[in-house]
Design a protein around this ligand. Structure first.
Ligand SMILES: [Ca+2]
Ligand SMILES: [Ca+2]
Length: 286
């Protein structure tokens, strides 16, 4: 009787009953074999529907996760407007250096921004934050303890030339330290508030409320011999008085890498002169 139990009839039991009655196929065996087929078909359909729902739910979950990760803005970040976000500075495919993952510039004069994702807060000025400026060699190595380098930078026009050796107190382990560094305490002010102005510096996505504090930096004093990595952090006092650190993730800090050394620029210059001389000589021959 399976010829009766095709999809058209077996997906509708009452239709099937009517069909069997009309054609006098009302024998029990025919009816039950069709009902069996009907149940199997229906179960298959149910399973398919369940799988569909499962796949849809998974797809929605994956999408939600992807969207929320793109919109996940760290509480603290450093940004240099106009600079580029570098994900792998030396291009070796590994996250292995202080300049990997972060906003980086080779300009000597730039604005460094401290971003703090936070709701509008009338008590904003009561909390102290810190910006650390760590001196490194141009290839990203911490400096060796000895005589402090005779370099100065300026922050908001104030010259900084006193370097401490080690790691900022309470700041967790960080590949950049121990080295010479300067720690600048600062506070956000009400005028730093920006409704919806906080974004993820890594991919420029997102929009959250928070505070942006600008520092004007002149690091021309580093010349071509030093690089600098900037970190942003604050301390929270927990319920039982312990100090917890909140810091910009290392993937959201900033760095300065100097332009190529004069030696290579001189070589480039000599090369250009050579080409120019060659061109002149060639012209004379005409
Ligand atoms: Ca790397
Ligand atoms: Ca970094």
């Amino acid at each position: 009787m399976n010829f009766l139990c095709n999809y058209n009839y077996c997906n509708n039991l009452s239709k099937l009953k009517k069909y069997l009655k009309k054609r006098n196929f009302g024998t029990e065996s025919a009816y039950y074999s069709c009902i069996g087929f009907f149940i199997r078909q229906n179960e298959l359909k149910k399973t398919m529907r369940r799988n569909k729902i499962l796949i849809l739910t998974l797809a929605i979950l994956v999408q939600t996760f992807l969207v929320s990760s793109a919109w996940a803005i760290p509480v603290l970040q450093l940004n240099i407007p106009g600079a580029t976000y570098v994900s792998d500075f030396n291009g070796d495919g590994l996250l292995d250096g202080p300049f990997d993952e972060g906003v980086s510039t080779n300009s000597s004069n730039f604005t460094l921004q401290a971003l703090y994702k936070h709701a509008l807060d009338s008590q904003i000025g009561n909390k102290e934050f810190y910006l650390s400026c760590a001196l490194l060699s141009v290839d990203g190595q911490p400096l060796i303890n000895g005589t402090a380098p005779l370099v100065n930078i300026s922050i908001n026009g104030t010259p900084i030339n006193s370097w401490e050796y080690g790691k900022p107190e309470l700041l967790g382990p960080h590949g950049v330290f121990d080295t010479y560094y300067y720690q600048l305490p600062f506070r956000f002010v009400p005028a730093d508030y920006s409704a919806g102005g906080i974004f993820n510096v890594a991919d420029l996505t997102g929009s959250a409320d928070g505070y942006i504090h600008n520092f004007s930096l002149d690091v021309s004093g580093l010349g071509h011999n030093y690089a600098m990595v900037f970190d942003l952090y604050t301390y929270e006092t927990g319920n039982n008085g312990q100090q917890n650190i909140d810091f910009a993730p290392f993937s959201h800090n900033a760095s300065h890498n100097p332009t190529p050394e004069p030696a290579s620029l001189t070589l480039l210059g000599l090369g250009l002169l050579g080409i120019w001389g060659f061109g002149k000589k060639k012209n004379k021959n005409f």
